[in-house]
Design a protein around this ligand. Structure first.
Ligand SMILES: *Cc1c(COP(=O)(O)O)cnc(C)c1O
Length: 392
């Protein structure tokens, strides 16, 4: 990077988050002044002089549009290098390739379903072993340590019951044992939570969710805390070929520019929704880290500046959950979350359908549990709609 680039970066690092979202370094095309990053729809790059190759030579190894996105997420997370992948699972699976056969990982028990399947049905076959623990309890994390443990994988708040892991506590313990730490930051985004500042080595995202924000792009991102981790991730991304295409890179950049405005609106509405649900005698449980009686609230407030836009609640039975899903008219009834439109999911039959029923129930993922990802609609309309759906 040129000295100029460095100066510019230092300048950007001092800016507040909302400003960084719009002024991240490549928001203006340096050759034409165009007001957005150009889509470099090219797979390869001409070598004017074979002894002096261009910066990018082949789009799997590097493309200026994808590079702009990768620099953007690195800036937002406060890391040294970012990577963009074809999906959240591509980001996670490529990152897991940092491990080798014979290695062991400690993983949060309520990890995203796709990550659970990757660990238990694919990585296990390659000789990479994992132990799932309740990460709200640091003693359980410590007890899972083995001589071959190499990494700790966190997700906080977790899905769908929004359990909280103490990021700094787990990370400082992991550092004492030379373990690599990874954290899936999909639910919070760098606007509310920046794990690298708490010592986490690799931050991962399903950018399909809040970062993209419009239910129209599938993408994953990773950010490295150090140059040496960045070099390893680069080798894996290029070697595995799990890169994000240029059109989707551009769409993701466009979505991310409004992240703070979207999160603020959705979070405000989520707090109103959680309080409204909490006040209803016909709702068994409400899970939202912003509620006063949320068991992880204190830890969450220490490491995040917001509570997010996802509220889960238990309507009492599978029958009632199905009634609500059939009767709501505003939210999308679907898997996924983090979009401009509200999305109502049914974990027992969608994201967690593959989980054995007894494990599912033990984790609070009952037949009556619904997950509401609050979008940008007027909250009065969302509540009125949910109210009529609950009435039966
Ligand atoms: C959706 C999701 C993923 C997987 O991301 P894809 O983009 O669907 O591959 C990983 N982690 C969390 C927390 C998610 O919500």
């Amino acid at each position: 990077m040129s000295d100029n680039g460095k100066e510019q970066n230092n300048h950007e690092n001092k800016l507040k988050f909302a400003t960084k979202l719009l002024h991240f370094g490549s928001e203006i095309d340096s050759t034409t002044g165009a007001s957005s990053v150009p889509i470099y729809q090219a797979s390869t790059f001409h070598h004017e002089d074979v002894f002096n190759p261009p910066v990018h030579d082949y789009s799997r190894s590097g493309n200026p549009t994808r590079q702009a996105l990768e620099d953007y997420i690195a800036l937002l997370e406060g890391g040294v290098r970012g990577f963009a992948y074809s999906s959240g699972m591509a980001a996670i699976s490529s990152t897991f390739m940092m491990l080798s056969a014979g290695d062991h990982m400690i993983v949060t028990e309520d990890v995203y379903g796709g990550t659970y399947r990757l660990l238990t049905s694919i990585l296990s076959r390659l000789g990479i072993e994992s132990t799932f623990v309740d990460m709200t309890d640091l003693d359980q994390v410590k007890a899972a340590l083995k001589p071959n443990t190499k990494a700790v994988y966190m997700e906080t708040p977790s899905n769908p019951t929004l359990k909280i892991t103490d990021i700094a506590a787990v990370t400082s313990w992991a550092q004492e044992h030379d373990l690599l730490t990874m954290l899936d930051n999909t639910f919070m985004t760098p606007y509310y939570q920046r794990p690298i500042e708490l010592g986490v080595d690799i931050v991962l995202h399903s950018a399909t969710k809040f970062l993209g924000g419009h239910s129209d792009v599938l993408a994953g991102l990773a950010v490295a805390r150090t140059h040496s981790i960045g070099t390893q991730l680069k080798q894996l991304q290029n070697g595995l070929g799990t890169v994000l295409g240029v059109q989707d890179s551009w769409l993701l950049i466009r979505g991310m520019k409004t992240l703070q405005a979207r999160m603020n609106h959705s979070e405000q509405s989520a707090a109103v929704l959680a309080a409204w649900l909490k006040g209803r005698p016909d709702i068994d449980q409400v899970y939202y880290p912003g509620l006063l009686d949320h068991p992880g609230r204190e830890v969450h407030e220490k490491q995040s500046t917001g509570y997010g836009a996802v509220v889960s609640f238990d309507v009492g039975s599978g029958e009632r959950a199905k009634q609500v899903l059939n009767k709501v008219s505003i939210p999308l009834v679907a898997v996924s979350l983090g979009a401009v439109e509200s999305i109502l999911s049914y974990p027992a039959m969608m994201s967690h359908a593959a989980m054995p029923a007894e494990v599912r129930l033990e984790r609070g993922i009952t037949d009556g549990l619904l997950r509401f990802s609050v979008g940008l609609e007027d909250i009065d309309d969302l509540i009125a709609d949910l109210d009529q759906a609950l009435q039966g």
